[in-house]
Design a protein around this ligand. Structure first.
Ligand code: ZN
Length: 167
């Protein structure tokens, strides 16, 4: 009898945990993903945190960018922090962004950015979400609004935030 009760209790506990987990994800910020779905490219203890602002890269994964400089990988929470690093005049190579649809890193030059949708942004009031496929970007735009543009135009939009902060 005791065994049966404990099996039921353990069972309930596991059920409780799993529904808690899925609840956490759906209630979390749009940018957040499960840790196992995130690609972290930096080395060392701080690999899970933005190279510029230190924010959690799994929490802000869907706006994450990455690049290499001097043979070292850097990962950012957002195009904002990538832009800040570029603003120092260093030559960042191979810039990449997370494709919101597949959660994989893609070349920024292949990305369709949806800028200014109703989904909240990272480090900005004007959100920027990237997609590999134009169809995915259009689908997102149809649901949440915003304007579709390429990486260079999205960078220009990101730069506007720096002007804003200076004023
Ligand atoms: Zn950051």
């Amino acid at each position: 009898m005791f065994k049966i009760v404990s099996v039921i209790i353990v069972g309930l506990f596991i059920l409780g945990c799993s529904s808690q987990n899925s609840m956490n994800v759906s209630n979390a910020m749009f940018q957040s993903v499960n840790k196992e779905d995130a690609t972290l490219v930096q080395e060392g203890e701080k690999k899970g945190y933005c190279a510029r602002c230190g924010m959690d890269l799994v929490k802000f994964y869907k706006t994450s960018h990455a690049a290499t400089f001097d043979g070292k990988n850097y990962q950012y929470c957002s195009i904002h922090c990538l832009e800040e690093h570029l603003g120092e005049g260093i030559e960042l190579k191979n810039p990449k962004v997370v494709d919101v649809a597949s959660l994989k890193f893609i070349d920024v030059n292949k990305a369709y950015y949806v800028v200014g949708s109703s989904k909240r942004g990272t480090m900005t009031k004007v959100s920027k979400y990237a997609f590999l496929n134009e169809a995915d970007a259009k689908k997102f735009q149809a649901e949440f609004g915003g304007e579709i543009m390429d990486f260079n135009k999205a960078r220009e939009k990101a730069k506007e935030d720096f002007k804003h902060y200076k004023n």
